[in-house]
Ligand binder design. Sequence first.
Ligand SMILES: [Zn+2]
Length: 410
Amino acid sequence: MHRSQVTTDVELHGAAAITATGVSRAPLPVRAARIGDAPAARARRFELRDHLVFPGLINAHDHLHLNAVPPLRAGAPFPDSYAWIEAFQAHFERPEVAAALRVPKATRLRHGGLKNLLAGATCVAHHDPWHPALDDADFPVALLRDFGWSYALGWPQYGPPVRESFAATPPDRPWLIHLAEGTDEAAQAELAQLDRLGCLQPNSVLIHGVGMREADVGRVIAVGAAVVWCPRSNLTLLGRTLDPRRLHAAGRLALGTDSRLSGARDLLDELRGVVDRHPLDPRQLLGLVTTAAARILRLPSRGRLAPGARADLVIVEDRGGDEARSLVGIDRSRIRAVVRDGMPRIADPDFAEWFELAGVEAVPVLLDGRPKLLDKALADPAAIALEPGLERAEGSTKPAHEVALRGECC
Ligand SMILES: [Zn+2]
């Protein structure tokens, strides 16, 4: 395709867009990396009948550089995360762990970004010191920026000091800390401790909160703070997790994976793991990774499909019934396309025309055995080598999908 024909102006027809207010079957215009309010005059039109379009998902907690480090298998359940951290110190000596940590941090961060993108998470809250690689133009996902953080009340040797960090964070920006990640008295005491420090405010975002008691949950809601629920990580480390219902009902709950050191493979895996075992239905779970996360992390242009919002999209086949079930419960290889900033990044091979139209060079890959096209800028061999289930495919990939995506100029 001639360079002058490259455009990110497209119009998606026939699909149902899942928005905060319900389901829209109106054509969805994408213009210059945003959801448009009207199609551009010469937008390319794509037919997506029997498909659903969701906003790009928000993973509210990860440590991107740790996703290829072998997990600690022994010792669980731990009374709290500090006991886990102590046990982990000896784990660092293991040759496979030392080897994983010798991979350059920039590569490990890119791998963590790729892990998220492959599962439809287009924006991530990375809970660690900033690194220049996170500012690369072709980093796989968007990141929460302009926020404050500390690591944990009981582990002050890592990360910014609590009071100073909180004081330096503007009240309209989120401030994140691991809190009450445990079931013992130390974990149970942490919310009150944070409150006494003056660091429990409406912009406080508490990661885990497993040790919080009913009164603590009430206090979080009363203050207008929020909790990031990481159920798989909690069950792995602590053998239990929190009851999400009150925090969800108050709109003060988001969902995070944590890293694969303790957490689920990815955000879809996390959703699938909780959908049948916890009292929130698929639509409520979808809200945790879209609208609620955007509200709590103060990301007004994310988590929704409305004019002006980022054109970060997850496109799946409509499996019938409750629309949220077509996403909540599937695994990553079943996603038809992940679009970020209006451009396809990984998709089934019949999306080739959209890649070409957007000027995104794509390479064939296999994702969990299924052929896909991946944005070449994201196909860093070193990062791919860290991701189980992802490999470069030789030659061209044949569309595995029966209904090829058809583009036509309107
Ligand atoms: Zn964490």
